[in-house]
Ligand binder design. Structure first.
Ligand SMILES: [Zn+2]
Length: 251
C-alpha cells in the first residue's frame, strides 16, 4: 500500500471519529459525552499508531507465495495416486509443467517432492509449479516452490531426517538452473531426479546459468543422489510447446 493511500485512510478515519464524537456530544449529557469522546480519541490514537505497521507488514515487508488455484484443487487427486517407480513420480512433475503452461499460470516447469518411508514406499509430499511471470518473482521456479511448501509442511528448515527416514526425493520436469541447484543443496533432499536437460531448456532460449558436472559431483558427495533424463522426451515436449508462444525470461 502506498503512502498516499495510507494518508487518505488516516484522514478518513479521523474525520469519521470527529463527526461521531460531535454527534455524541450533541445528543448526550455533557459528562457522558466527554467520556465517549475521550474513548474515541484514545481509539483513534491507537488505530493511527498501528495502521502503518499493519499496512506495511501486509505489503512491503511480506511476500505471498501461492500455488495456482487449479493445482490446489487437484492436489487431493494427485496425492491419491499410486507412485511406485521414478516414471510415476516424474509423470506428475511433467503434468504440472504442462498444466501450468496451458493455464497460463507461469513458465513450463513443474516439480514434486515425494516422501520415501523406510519400507521403500513413496507418497506425494509437496508440489511446485513455476510462478515467475504471474507473481512477478524471479525466484519462484518449480523446484523452489516444492521445496518451500515441503519445508513449511514439515515445519523444519531441512528435509533431512536425523535418523535417515523418511527421505525426500525431488522430481523436476527440467534439470535445475543455478538457483535451484543451490536450493537443492541446502534443502535436505536425498535424491534429485530430472526430466528434460539443461540443453533442452537452453534450446528454447532459457539460460540455466553456470551449472556444471562438478556441481552435481559436489551434491553427490554430500549424499544427494542424482538421476537425469527420466521421461526426457515427454518433458521436453512441454518445453517445445511453450516455445511457440510463451514468454522466455532470462537474467
Ligand atoms: Zn531454477
Amino acid at each position: 500500500m502506498s503512502k498516499r493511500i495510507e494518508t487518505k485512510t488516516i484522514l478518513a478515519v479521523t474525520a469519521i471519529i470527529v463527526i461521531v464524537g460531535g454527534l455524541i456530544f450533541k445528543k448526550r449529557k455533557q459528562e457522558e459525552a466527554e467520556g465517549c469522546v475521550f474513548l474515541l480519541l484514545f481509539c483513534s490514537v491507537v488505530f493511527c499508531s498501528l495502521l502503518p505497521l499493519l499496512t506495511l507488514n501486509a505489503t512491503t515487508f511480506s511476500v505471498k507465495i501461492t500455488l495456482p488455484v487449479w493445482a490446489i484443487q487437484s492436489y487431493d487427486s494427485y496425492q491419491a495416486r499410486e507412485y511406485k517407480t521414478d516414471e510415476d513420480c516424474m509423470a506428475l512433475a511433467i503434468e504440472l509443467s504442462a498444466r501450468n503452461m496451458q493455464k497460463g499460470t507461469g513458465g513450463p516447469f513443474g516439480a514434486a517432492i515425494f516422501e520415501r518411508s523406510s519400507d521403500g514406499t513413496l507418497s506425494l509430499y509437496a508440489i511446485g509449479t513455476n510462478r515467475v511471470t504471474e507473481l512477478n518473482n524471479s525466484t519462484l521456479h518449480g523446484e523452489m516452490m516444492a521445496i518451500q511448501f515441503a519445508q513449511k509442511k514439515r515445519n523444519n528448515y531441512t528435509l533431512k531426517a536425523q535418523d535417515g527416514f523418511p527421505k525426500y526425493e525431488l522430481f523436476t520436469s527440467c534439470s535445475p538452473c543455478i538457483q535451484c541447484l543451490g536450493a537443492c543443496f541446502w534443502s535436505g533432499i536425498s535424491r534429485l531426479v530430472c526430466g528434460a536437460t539443461k540443453d533442452d531448456a537452453e534450446a528454447i532460449g532459457f539460460d540455466e546459468g553456470p551449472v556444471f558436472e562438478a556441481s552435481y559431483e559436489h551434491l553427490r558427495e554430500t549424499g544427494i543422489q542424482t538421476q537425469f533424463e527420466c521421461l526426457r522426451e515427454q518433458a521436453n515436449k512441454v518445453l517445445q510447446d511453450y516455445a511457440k508462444s510463451g514468454v522466455i525470461y532470462n537474467p
